[in-house]
Design a protein around this ligand. Structure first.
Ligand code: SF4
Ligand code: FES
Length: 258
């Protein structure tokens, strides 16, 4: 297959960006999208040009590093698929493919397709953990977990922190990400001790970053490569309200409770 790529090139955070056109030739339908970019980069390097910068690590849909907008859709045309899991068989010979970084105020572009997603890390640091007494591992069956809670928690835990939900949201909201992280701990017995305080702290941190508010467009759920449900956002909102009641004065103040 031969494709025409229109790739966002931006040398640095403060530089002006623009689309550059590249020909991707002899592309195998079996190549992954990132392998196709690797081949284009080899051609650019051979010509003495700067390769296209893009993030990636695991290349198997688990690290969350690789997201880009492909023809205006976060992670491209395949539902439930991260960019690294997308294959060129999803495109046709002669296609034009527009490739851009995540577009969101909270994710400033660092270079080309690479954005700074550290705002998500700060939400996790605000409460995405449990406090436990360390020691030898306890017997696995000593803490029974209802099957439904285990399943819902596992679904939420599949969030890879890619940020597609933010990029797809017209408001640039990080609610699906934050709700997934709050849900996966809040549904388990080990996460109960800090459940409501955790929700308050993480939502307050989310609001302190440059994310927008959730108005239930639902685009996040459609873009999510792990198909995480917006039901988690209802759980986050409920836990947040309780967290504001049981939380510290500082959390109440940040949450607008005076
Ligand atoms: S909720 Fe889905 S889209 Fe958002 S960061 Fe997690 S995996 Fe990515
Ligand atoms: S490179 Fe790890 S999820 Fe895509």
């Amino acid at each position: 297959m031969n494709l025409t790529l229109h790739v966002w090139r931006q040398p640095g955070p403060d530089a002006k960006g623009a689309f550059a056109e590249y020909a991707a030739t002899d592309v195998s339908p079996e190549m992954s999208f990132l392998e196709m970019l690797d081949v284009v980069n080899e051609t650019l390097i051979a010509k003495g040009e700067s390769p296209i910068a893009f993030d990636h690590d695991c290349r198997e849909g688990i690290c969350g590093m690789c997201g880009v907008m492909i023809n205006g859709v976060a992670h491209g045309p395949m539902k439930g698929t991260a960019t690294c899991q997308l294959h060129m068989r999803s495109f046709k010979d002669g296609d034009s493919v527009w490739i851009e970084p995540w577009r969101s105020r909270a994710f400033p572009v660092l270079r080309d397709l690479v954005v700074d997603r550290s705002a998500l890390d700060r939400i996790i640091a605000a409460g995405g953990y449990i406090s436990v007494n360390t020691g030898s591992a306890q017997e696995a069956n000593s803490l029974p977990v209802p099957k439904r809670d285990a399943d819902l928690s596992m679904d939420a835990a599949s969030c890879i922190g890619c940020g597609a939900c933010v990029a797809a949201c017209p408001n640039g909201s990080a609610s699906l990400f934050t709700a997934a992280k709050i849900s996966h701990l809040g549904l388990l017995p080990q996460g109960q001790a800090e459940r409501y305080r955790r929700a308050a702290r993480m939502v307050v941190q989310m609001d302190a970053e440059a994310f927008g508010h959730c108005t239930l467009f639902g685009e996040c759920q459609e873009a999510c490569p792990k198909e995480i449900s917006i039901d988690t956002i209802s759980r986050m909102n409920r836990d947040f309200m309780k967290g504001v009641v049981v939380g510290t004065g500082a959390e109440r103040k940040s949450a607008g409770e005076g």
